[in-house]
Design a protein around this ligand. Structure first.
Ligand SMILES: [Zn+2]
Length: 424
């Protein structure tokens, strides 16, 4: 995989052409094949924006990069949309309009940001992530009666239900699946045909992108009020994006519930001999759908400046969710991480956690201790004031950071973060 700055090889002379450049004499990428039919491509975008006006701003924020390397169309994290001239030539305008909406959906739904937060083991196969993401998008687009080209991915191809998020599709997909590569704007890994970060080609920054997501969600809400209709997938997305007041209890409970559900599904389809009491299956070895309950470790920073009340409230919330999903006893471990003595102790109740005060926390010690246990946890929840180094890469588990206190420093982007303000 090419690193930043090393990716321009895939797009020889990879400069972006201005929107007015319709004639010949363009980039070498185009000289190798047919020239990009910009009129057709932009007519398709015009059609998509006209039919789904709430997507217009997002669609027009995409900058077009012609590329002979991209199989069809794809996007990077900077809202640059790579387009194969041959694909445009071979595809009808209504289908191209559907693909425009498909590509912008990867970016609006922050697929690359969410892919960064997957466990390291799940991040390895970008094509599998891409298929799961395409399933998340395409069922909604087809329900919205949009036209998509042949060969598209959708949940029913894998016997899966519609309306799930890609994180839910991912563990349910067959082992080896392939899809057209939708680029780093989808699965997060730079494709060979992408321009590097340092290419100087215009693109959108993360702050602009976030503002555009909010704007789009607001436009969807306005559209729904005026017309009374919005596809269910977009309605759910807009609601999540516009969630007005962040109630940390709900967010934390949601994060824990989702991580536990994910961990429960991640060990799916292991070939195990089914129970002999199932007569129809006697002797057959079939994928078992029984999922072992996941294990959860809670690592508590005892040396921080966190309030005792907030810590107790957070532990109470986590305990409540875990009991609700049936996790108790030896499935849940609580570790107190005291950086002063570099000791990690296993505690059996929240009352045993003594806050020592003072600074100098290293929660990596606690996370490492949790993962070294014989009964390795699938989910690690860290309660800290945030003044700690974090592991260099995503460990092979779901990691949730509950940051307690006033304006704590942010962990790396791939750590799922819930902020618990003082006095909450
Ligand atoms: Zn895609």
């Amino acid at each position: 995989m090419a690193g930043p700055g090393g990716e321009e090889d895939g797009v020889p002379g990879g400069g972006r052409r201005g929107a007015s450049a319709g004639g010949r004499g363009g980039t070498s990428g185009e000289e190798r094949g047919a020239a990009l039919d910009r009129v057709k491509l932009l007519a398709a975008r015009y059609r998509a924006a006209g039919e789904r006006p709430y997507l217009a701003s997002a669609l027009y924020a995409l900058s077009v990069v012609p590329s002979a390397g991209v199989p069809t169309m794809g996007v990077d994290r900077h809202w640059r949309c790579y387009v194969s001239p041959a694909f445009v030539e071979a595809t009808s305008v209504p289908e191209l309009a559907g693909v425009w909406i498909h590509e912008v959906a990867h970016l609006l739904r922050d697929h690359h940001g969410r892919a960064d937060r997957l466990a390291a083991a799940d991040q390895r196969d970008r094509f599998r992530i891409n298929v799961a993401q395409d399933c998340e998008i395409n069922d909604d687009l087809l329900a919205d009666r949009l036209t998509l080209p042949e060969g598209r991915m959708e949940p029913r191809l894998f016997g899966l239900p519609e309306g799930l998020l890609f994180e839910e599709y991912l563990p349910r997909l067959p082992a080896h699946v392939r899809a057209p590569d939708c680029g780093s704007g989808a699965h997060g890994r730079p494709a060979p045909w992408e321009l590097g970060d340092a290419s100087g080609t215009a693109g959108l920054g993360p702050v602009e992108a976030e503002a555009l997501r909010r704007h789009t969600a607001e436009a969807m809400r306005a559209h729904q009020r005026a017309r009374g209709s919005l596809p269910a997938g977009w309605r759910r997305w807009a609601e999540r994006t516009l969630e007005p007041v962040v109630d940390w209890r709900r967010v934390l409970a949601g994060a824990v519930r989702e991580a536990v559900a994910w961990a429960g599904g991640a060990v799916d389809y292991t070939y195990r001999r089914p129970s002999r009491r199932t007569p129809a299956l006697r002797g057959a070895v079939l994928p078992s759908l029984r999922r072992p309950l996941p294990r959860v470790a809670v690592v508590v920073d005892t040396s921080g400046s966190m309030g005792e009340a907030e810590l107790a409230a957070a532990l109470g919330e986590i305990g409540g969710v875990l009991r609700e999903v049936g996790l108790r006893g030896n499935r849940v471990t609580v570790l107190a991480c005291d950086a002063d003595v570099h000791a990690v102790s296993r505690v059996t109740s929240a009352e045993q956690i003594a806050l020592a005060g003072g600074g100098g926390t290293d929660m990596r010690v606690g996370i490492r201790a949790a993962l070294a246990a014989r009964d390795r946890p699938d989910v690690v929840i860290v309660l800290t004031d945030g003044y700690t180094p974090w592991p260099g890469e995503n460990p092979s588990c779901r990691l949730i950071a509950a940051l307690i206190g006033e304006d704590p420093p942010a962990p790396p982007g791939w750590v799922e973060t819930v902020r618990i303000p003082p006095g909450a």
